[in-house]
Design a protein around this ligand. Structure first.
Ligand code: AMP
Length: 274
């Protein structure tokens, strides 16, 4: 397994592999890898990638000033071992300094799907995500890139960016991987105390209770109450069209329920496509 730290070196190698006819998959992550990330590597393998490049980069540009950039969990050694075991052929570990050169001044912003949900609560977040993912696309020359449905809005925003900026690659979105308890796997779960972990179960539990064919107004109230009763502080409970992310009035099939809530100081998200 190759390890790259220099963007230029990755780019040169990936270009060579692409020219030689290799099918390249990119799996962008912020590291502290768990089963969710590993499922994306497995998906890349399943789709016949010859090279699977996993990027591990806690991207400062997508964090707000009061968010957890500094304390975001990092474990390079463990991540390398997991990538190797999962079948990655290359890992990219850049530093903020070599990703964002002095006077970096070009950003990518998606201006439709990023407006609501997490975009509204985390100003600048998707601009940071789009910028770094666009850079990774230019460095890794992937035929396809794999993202998780866990970050539903992010996946839609990236799809739109790829469409609108004519990136020559396809976007694959893989299902949410959960713990046996139902809790969606997340690097941020390590922040949770045992009591908060218990509270956090209400996210997946409440999602499972949503029925199709109901009025959103009453379902939203009911889900919100479930989350609050468990001790969570609700950031949002939204029912949207799975494609446009526009609010829907009834819980129709294909609609998506998205939740964001705080367990103590930890912000968790989860979703379900009806
Ligand atoms: P992150 O490291 O949290 O930025 O996530 C990197 C990629 O892994 C994103 O495409 C996420 O959607 C995906 N991912 C994170 N957690 C999960 C999960 N539990 N199931 C599936 N994909 C996930």
């Amino acid at each position: 397994m190759k390890i790259f730290r220099e963007p230029k070196k990755l780019q040169k190698w990936a270009r060579g592999r692409r020219t030689a006819g290799a099918k390249i998959a990119l799996v962008p992550t912020m590291g502290y890898l768990h089963e969710g990330h590993l499922s994306l590597i497995a998906e890349a393998k399943r789709r016949g990638a010859d090279e699977i490049i996993v990027s591990v980069f806690v991207n400062p540009v997508q964090f707000g000033p009061n968010e957890d950039y500094d304390k975001y969990p990092r474990d390079e050694k463990a991540d390398l071992a997991k990538c190797r075991r999962a079948g990655a052929t290359a890992v990219f570990f850049p530093t903020p300094k070599n990703m964002y050169l002095d006077r970096h001044s070009v950003y990518v912003s998606e201006e439709d799907l990023s407006k609501g949900l997490c975009g509204a609560r985390r100003p600048g977040h998707f601009r940071g995500v789009c910028t770094v993912v666009a850079k990774l696309f230019n460095l890794a020359h992937p035929d396809f890139a794999v993202f998780g449905r866990k970050d539903y809005q992010q996946a839609q925003v990236i799809r739109r960016m790829v469409r609108d900026l004519n990136f020559d690659l396809s976007v694959v979105v893989a299902p949410i991987v959960r713990e046996p308890s139902g809790l969606a796997r997340s690097s941020r779960n390590t922040y949770l105390s045992p009591a908060e972990r218990e509270m956090a179960l209400a996210l997946s539990k409440s999602l499972r209770t949503v029925k199709t064919g109901c009025l959103v107004s009453s379902e939203r109230r009911r889900v919100r109450r479930m989350l609050e009763k468990a001790g969570l502080r609700v950031d949002y409970v939204e029912f949207v069209d799975g494609e446009t992310l526009e609010p829907v009035k009834t819980t129709k099939k294909g609609a998506c329920v998205l939740l964001a809530a705080f367990a103590g100081r930890t912000r968790l998200i989860d979703n379900r496509v009806l």
